[in-house]
Design a protein around this ligand. Sequence first.
Ligand code: GTP
Ligand code: MG
Length: 478
Amino acid sequence: MTGRSGAHQRSASSRSQVPHTRCSVNRQSSLVTRHSRDTICAVATPPGTGGIAVIRIAGERTFPILDRFLADRRPSRQPSHTVRLGWFVSPERGPVDQVMVAIFRAPRSYTGDDLAEVSCHGGIAAADAILNLLVRAGCRVAEPGEFTRRAVLAGKMTLSQAEAVADMAEARTEAAFRTALARYRGGLSRLVAGIADDLKELQAEIEYRLGFDEHEACGKTPKMRIRRIAARLSRLVDSAAADRLLVEGANVAIIGRPNAGKSSLFNQLVQGERAITSPVPGTTRDRVDATVMLVGVPVRFVDTAGLTVRTGTRLSRLALAQTGKAVEQADIIIALFDGARPTGPSDRAVAAAINGRRAICVLNKTDLARRFGPREAGICPTGLVPVSCRTGAGIARLRARLARMLHAGAAPRLTVNRRQLEALSACRDALFRAGRAPTLETAALETGSAVDMLNKVDAPATATDILDRVFARFCVGK
Ligand SMILES: Nc1nc2c(ncn2[C@@H]2O[C@H](COP(=O)(O)OP(=O)(O)OP(=O)(O)O)[C@@H](O)[C@H]2O)c(=O)[nH]1
Ligand SMILES: [Mg+2]
């Protein structure tokens, strides 16, 4: 039932007179641990005009509470996994709305508790009225992510599956949705469980070897085994880092000497007159950016002030600092050269800025006589993509090159989120240290910390600090 919940729901407090709810980590942890047996409710659909609104209720008093408002239907007698049409009636004020009630009995529900979903007419009024009545009857308004948190605590899903629920709601592209769906189906949890098994075997082997003298072959660190597990983790971490561009989108900075045509190229790539262009060098001072979709991937292009080796005025120094920042934050850099001018020191500054970075070198103004010097080969070892921003020639080829760099069109494998990537990278680093450890005892310690790091991906229910951090980003009703 995850699909019904919107990504950016208003908190219940703004919808009604019910108690205030915030995404506060501390408050959430204290409330959830103290009242995990409460019957909770929340509007699970985004606010605003729509066909229907859905109110979720979960907890042991779900059905007795609903019976008070659906006297003719008595949800407590309704079989599990069925839907009934009925009138939601306020004992004091009469009919509130005609609703559909879906019943899920424990433990066969999203949270593992008794759970109901009441679908009323869309808009804010009916859902608010129903929510208020439920709260007055003894339900508590759910904290952000509390339904999914209960599902994790009940063993209905792992933590990485729960995070996938939020990622699916927030997905901006089909690729992002598909990779979150793969995690929701347990792909990452299975992979992590496999690596955890390998680590357990490694620990057992180290334990066994600790019984031997360190001069004997059996007393040495099992480096081959460590290397194998580390390589498996490295593959996962590296592909996850590359696939993140596909899912989250990429920052592409356009840099080059003043007047090279950066703003003209920017306008071509974002297909609009967004940046000012002029024959006067130094036209662009501020960073200008725009996001466009490139073969299904959101790409944020950034136009920058021209790179120059001359220090100039305070304003141009500030502009240069901005360009430096854009370069730092870029996932991919487009280094633009002016084909109608000989290679100069500014071009070498551009080449230095892309050194060691993912970059595409582009030669502009191919409609004019070429004066770009023969030394360009040294400046752009990967070759130049020729374009003319005036005629539009070569722009399609540049776009295709960029798309290839983003792996656009390829199905992402198992993209992990930032938190999971951190845990997996830390696990791999601990294993690297174990492989280089001077003694078997140190290798044992490092392997232990690798296990701890890996355990963070699908943290157990007792790891409240991790759970708090994860569920703080969820919406009310999830
Ligand atoms: N002939 C020709 N002129 C171009 C081409 N691309 C840009 N220009 C011209 O070159 C001049 C500079 O273009 P801009 O896009 O403003 O260059 P820029 O790199 O952003 O310049 P700054 O912001 O000053 O660093 C303008 O007069 C453009 O019309 C091209 O492909 N061919
Ligand atoms: Mg410019």
